[in-house]
Design a protein around this ligand. Structure first.
Ligand code: ZN
Length: 456
């Protein structure tokens, strides 16, 4: 299998450390608000990665962490703790907030048919591991203490800017208005932050340096190496993590263990919305549950995400979501109720393996799906081949509930059409029928009811 490695900026042949076994660490959510579809994009992409590796015969140990402490509003260690902020906003304790949004994250994984990871460690359950890691980094001479915490001296790690091609000189120039005047270098980051004097934080712990909490980057190095070893196979995250979070994780790994903690670093692009990145600050974000209320099965979103390449991202619009819905319904219409023989087409399977092994070429995989659909294979062979592909696609094609969901919008248009018909306004009624057709659905007027079905 070939994957694009951010370390070398090229596609590389994937060579696991242990034969037939892969360790993957994915940076998880900070559980302080509802995950929106932009957050979930990454987890669908990495689910495709783990499913692909399993399909290719590997045993996969994948870890997604839960960040429930230490992530400040700015990734560069300034601003407020996101968890404490969420707690104040909702009038709940930080612990309640963490539980609430961890559960929501799990529900999202379920809705999007993302396989539960092997481990889902929480930062607050690993404070001792984080303290031990900082001690190691300190013993090896990479830390210094200032008034608000223990910091990593990035000038001690010669290759600091290499991973992200950072221009450290420029960073210095840009940091003239540095908020924290005590830091030795603008890129230095907090390993342990002291609780503010005269203020009790809801989350704080004793440490050899004083009462406080770990810096955000520490948890990922501590937990990834605890579960997967000092060097493991793949580390994933959003491309916004390259410059700060992952650069700092790599620095911590070298300082503590004198090695790169991961051999392959993979990064996903984002869902964009009218050209700009979906982020919490841009507002108006859909969650999977919003889309469900609008009549979209979460598998439609998954199908839409599969149509994008993880390194390119996805431009989101309701129109393209509707198109995905039509396509998915069409795919489901190939279902053979009871397969008498489960015969996967070997030629198409070979093509499929080539595509998934080429840095997860999912848009091409979907094109292959439609090539199979249009081929002259028997219906049974087509469906058996789809079910085999679905081990990676994860569209739940074989689920017992195969009901075709008609979006609310179509139902409403049809209700209007029926009204026009009752009023004998056939011209308007036909116009609506055409409109519904242009959106991918056919209406059939039966004696006492009206049936809507997708055009296949
Ligand atoms: Zn992380």
């Amino acid at each position: 299998m070939k994957i694009y490695n951010t370390l070398t900026r090229q596609k590389e042949e994937f060579k696991p450390i242990k034969e037939n076994e892969v360790g993957i660490y994915s940076c998880g959510p900070t559980v302080y608000s509802s995950p929106h579809i932009g957050n979930m994009y990454a987890y669908v992409c990495w689910d495709v990665l783990t499913r692909t590796l399993k399909y290719l015969g590997y045993k996969v140990n994948n870890v997604i962490n839960i960040t429930d402490v230490g992530h400040l509003t700015s990734d560069a260690d300034s601003g407020e703790d996101k968890m404490e902020k969420g707690s104040r906003k909702e009038g709940m304790s930080v612990w309640e907030i963490a539980k609430k949004y961890e559960n929501e994250f799990l529900e999202n994984l379920f809705e999007l048919n993302i396989e539960l990871p092997w481990k889902m460690p929480k930062a607050t359950d690993h404070i001792q591991e984080q303290i031990n890691l900082i001690k190691k980094i300190e013993t090896n001479g990479f830390t210094y203490k200032i008034s608000d915490g223990i910091y990593f001296d990035t000038s001690k790690f010669v290759d600091y800017g290499k991973f992200a091609n950072l221009n450290l000189e420029k960073l210095k120039e840009g940091a003239r208005v540095e908020i924290n005047q005590e830091k030795r270098n603008p890129s230095d980051f907090a390993l342990w932050k002291f609780s503010p004097v005269n203020e009790k934080r809801q989350m704080e712990w004793e440490s050899p340096w004083g009462v406080g909490f770990p810096g955000w980057h520490v948890e990922c190095t501590a937990m990834s190496t605890k579960y997967l070893g000092e060097t493991f196979d793949i580390h994933t995250g959003g491309e916004d993590h390259i410059a700060v979070h992952h650069t700092n994780e790599i620095a911590q790994g070298y300082a503590a263990f004198d090695c790169n903690t991961a051999n392959y670093w993979m990064h996903n692009a984002f869902i964009t919305f009218g050209g700009s990145k979906i982020s919490k600050s841009s507002g108006g974000l859909y969650t999977v549950f919003d889309l469900k209320e609008m009549g979209f099965d979460p598998m439609v979103l998954r199908y839409m995400i599969l149509g994008s390449h993880y390194r390119k991202g996805l431009e989101f619009s309701l129109e393209s979501l509707r198109a995905a819905q039509v396509a998915l319904n069409k795919l489901k219409s190939y279902k053979v109720e009871s397969l008498s023989s489960y015969k996967v087409n070997e030629n198409f399977k070979k093509e499929f393996i080539e595509l998934i092994s080429n840095d997860l070429a999912m848009p091409e995989v979907l094109a292959l799906v439609w090539k199979v659909a249009k081929s002259d294979l028997s219906l049974e062979e087509k469906w058996a081949t789809f079910l085999d592909f679905d081990r990676v696609l994860g569209l739940n094609l074989d689920s017992v509930e195969q009901k075709i969901v008609v979006p609310e919008e179509i139902v409403e248009l049809n209700n209007k059409r029926i009204l026009f018909k009752k009023e004998k306004n056939y011209i308007e009624a036909d116009k609506l029928r055409e409109k519904i057709k242009s959106l991918g659905y056919l209406v059939e007027d039966l004696e006492n009811q009206c049936k809507i079905r997708p055009i296949t």
